[in-house]
Design a protein around this ligand. Structure first.
Ligand code: FAD
Length: 287
């Protein structure tokens, strides 16, 4: 069954994100992690495109190959516009085609000084068009932002741009992480009213370590509900308690999303199989 067909048949599609290791010597550890995640029966696993995908280290294609062909789980390979032109994007698509991976998350990529703008793709929808033109048998997926993309003037404008992504051939959208489910429901309502009919998976990241508070929570523009900030201030100096509280918060968030009718839930588990397993245990009765 393709990922797109899963959204037509399953009540809630369950997926996990992973990222390629920065060094080739870490690939064995990565394989152990992914093999542990296989036991959670994810409907698909997505693989990010970043340092590993574009500048040394293990490539996105290599990790996707292991997931698809060794673990026999559908792999969703991320591909970004930044730093890629038509020739390099086509090369990645050919490599994916050769290993049987037919699902691509088309993204613009974040602007960083190290990444040149793409001469061919200004927006993710341009890359989506290109993928459908080069590989009509591929399924294209896209990103969306329940609280609006930081560069967008308004959430409404950002949602209107999702319609362009939809017209470019995207078949499914994955959200940025968020901690407040009311933001997701409000976004879903806006998107449906704007004519976005694609299935939308809700992305949830458990905050289980102090370093994530500094890196992820502080840098993300996600709204922080008072229950969440209370949890952080109460447990940030107690690693074991923060771990348990972070899992508990994410499980409650996920259960509410599944019961609230989300088309899919996507775990940003940061390559941590034990965390993914705890989250899965907390929601498996609903899946
Ligand atoms: P776009 O869809 O191009 O949107 C970017 C901005 O342009 C938005 O403000 C949008 O409203 C606007 N826009 C879109 N289309 C148009 C148009 N046609 N005309 C005018 N304005 C338009 N980054 C990585 O580097 N590697 C990854 O693997 C990765 N994975 C991600 C996975 C998910 C689920 C998410 C949510 C993000 C991920 N990112 C990743 C980060 C992402 O690349 C950045 O958030 C980036 O800034 C925007 O990407 P996008 O695909 O949403 O861009």
């Amino acid at each position: 069954m393709t990922i797109t067909e899963m959204f037509q048949t399953k009540r809630c599609v369950f997926s996990i994100e992973c990222f390629p290791p920065k060094q080739t010597t870490q690939m064995d550890k990565m394989k152990t992690t992914l093999t542990a995640m296989q036991k959670l029966n994810p409907d698909f696993i997505s693989v990010t495109f970043g340092a590993g995908g574009s500048a040394g280290g293990v490539s996105t294609v290599e990790v996707a190959d292991f997931i698809q062909n060794e673990l026999h789980i559908p792999a969703l390979a991320h591909l970004i516009c930044m730093g890629n032109d038509e020739a390099s994007a086509a090369e990645v698509l050919n490599r994916l085609d050769a290993i049987g991976v037919r699902d691509v998350l088309a993204l613009r990529g974040d602007r960083t000084p190290a990444r040149p703008e793409s001469p061919n793709f200004a927006h993710a929808s341009d890359l989506a068009h290109f993928i459908k033109y080069k590989k009509p048998h591929f399924s294209v997926h896209g990103a969306c932002y329940p609280e609006g993309h930081p560069e967008s003037e308004t959430l409404r404008k950002d949602v209107e741009n999702l319609c362009i992504k939809q017209r470019a051939g995207a078949e499914h959208l994955l959200t940025q992480l968020f901690f407040d489910n009311t933001c997701f429901y409000r976004f879903l309502n806006l998107a449906r009213r704007a004519g976005v009919t694609l299935p939308i998976s809700a992305g949830v990241m458990p905050i289980v370590k102090r370093s994530q508070i500094e890196r992820t929570v502080a840098l993300s523009s996600a709204s922080l509900p008072s229950e969440f900030t209370r949890m952080i201030s109460r447990w940030q100096d107690d690693p074991a308690a923060l771990y348990d509280a972070g899992i508990d918060y994410a499980v409650r968030q996920l259960r509410d999303l599944i019961e609230g009718g989300a088309d899919g839930v996507h775990l940003y588990a940061m390559n941590d199989a034990a965390v993914a397993e705890k989250l899965y245990d907390g929601i498996r009765d609903l899946l």
